[in-house]
Write a protein that binds this ligand. Structure first.
Ligand code: SF4
Length: 373
């Protein structure tokens, strides 16, 4: 199997064997990370002969595109892995507020990439479609990085250069796609190192978010390894009983222990924690739960993101109405907790939170119904 072109070790071995000068090796990385190219033909700062030689031993990325679907706010990409699995990545475009828009074409303010860390997910949260498909395997470091390289190339082709003559590119990476990143800790950590490296993606720590269902050993490792990127906790319930009902992982990692490990993380990094809280009709959206959440987060460095649940046919749960969500928010804010109600961007391409794998689950259900008939 060919190595990926961004594999430092494979390139170093190749350079040694073929006696390639160090500046030419730098050009390869420059083409991929700064010029955002993933086709050998586009890497024109490298000679034609060298590109042909490289193509014999390397592939630019380790994923193949299976399908792309998009609307104005998002592009959803299905990638196929070398062993035939499908994973998803979503590019989210944050545009200028419409009041500043000229010629009806709102400019892109920033671009966020939602990436997957596993094929499927073993955590199986009640409200999540991905969890219904079970778990196949962890993604490799290269498969995680390939998602970002592909997205940057896609964005370059779609939008070209900004007014300041630099290329549009991914600014934020969130580990909120398929999978639980802290159950794929080493590959996630190595991929983050590449994201932060100056001569690679050169992203800021503040622009990378790890979202976890509360894997305590992973949070502790982050403290030891000083991975002080943004941490988002998928809390979704303010007490142990309810959390166990909607997130089975809470039976292993109890809420009190989880909060203690988060406190250690905050003490070590001084970072504010983002608590994700899904609003499910008559399950998580009651005012008394908002009050319990206030007590849980009392004195803690916290921001709460309220996420309107998106219905889908695979799961029998309902959406909270906006008035209920606003009331929940009012209770938190009255208590002094900053709160954002998340946009459900990407509904039309089924890429909003909890809707990844919508099509596959729908298809599976239809298959089961056929068998029942
Ligand atoms: S919400 Fe996240 S952790 Fe829970 S099942 Fe879905 S992908 Fe896994």
């Amino acid at each position: 199997m060919k190595s990926v072109l961004f594999d430092d070790q494979a390139i170093a071995n190749y350079a040694k064997e073929k006696k390639v000068q160090p500046f030419k090796v730098k050009q390869i990385f420059y083409e991929m990370y700064k010029n955002q190219n993933i086709d050998f033909d586009d890497m024109t700062t490298i000679s034609k002969e060298m590109r042909a030689e490289l193509a014999e031993s390397f592939v630019p990325i380790s994923l193949e595109v299976d399908k792309i679907k998009e609307d104005k706010q998002t592009t959803k990409i299905w990638f196929k892995t070398h062993d035939g699995h499908l994973i998803e990545t979503v590019i989210i475009y944050h545009r200028q507020p419409t009041k500043h828009v000229k010629n009806n074409t709102p400019k892109i303010n920033r671009i966020t990439l939602c990436i997957s860390s596993q094929v499927g997910c073993p955590v199986n949260c009640l409200f999540c479609v991905t969890g219904k498909l079970g778990f196949s395997r962890n993604l490799t470091r290269d498969e995680i990085i390939s998602q970002v390289l592909y997205a940057n190339n896609y964005i370059k082709k779609k939008f070209g250069k900004k007014d300041d003559n630099t290329l549009h590119a991914v600014r934020n990476v969130v580990f909120m796609g398929m999978g639980e990143p802290l159950l794929n800790y080493d590959n996630m950590r190595h991929a983050i190192q590449v994201m932060l490296q100056q001569d690679r993606f050169s992203l800021s720590k503040r622009h990378i978010t790890i979202s976890t269902a509360g894997i305590i050993p992973g949070i502790k490792k982050m403290v030891t390894d000083m991975i002080d990127v943004k941490l988002a906790i998928s809390l979704h319930a303010p007490n142990q009983d309810l959390r166990e009902k909607i997130m089975p992982i809470a039976r292993t990692y109890k809420l009190n222990d989880l909060m203690r490990s988060i406190d250690e993380y905050v003490k070590a990094t001084k970072n504010r924690i983002f608590y994700e809280y899904i609003m499910i009709k008559d399950v998580t959206d009651k005012p008394e739960l908002a009050k319990q959440l206030c007590q849980l987060l009392r004195g803690r460095l916290a921001h709460v993101n309220l996420i309107p649940y998106n219905t889908n046919p695979a799961i029998k749960l309902g959406e909270s109405d906006m008035e209920t969500i606003r009331e929940f928010q009012r209770i938190l804010e009255k208590f002094g907790i900053t709160t954002t109600v998340r946009d459900s961007m990407g509904r039309s391409v089924k890429s909003a939170c909890g809707q990844l794998w919508f099509e596959k689950v729908k298809w599976k259900n239809e298959e089961n119904e056929d068998e029942d008939d």
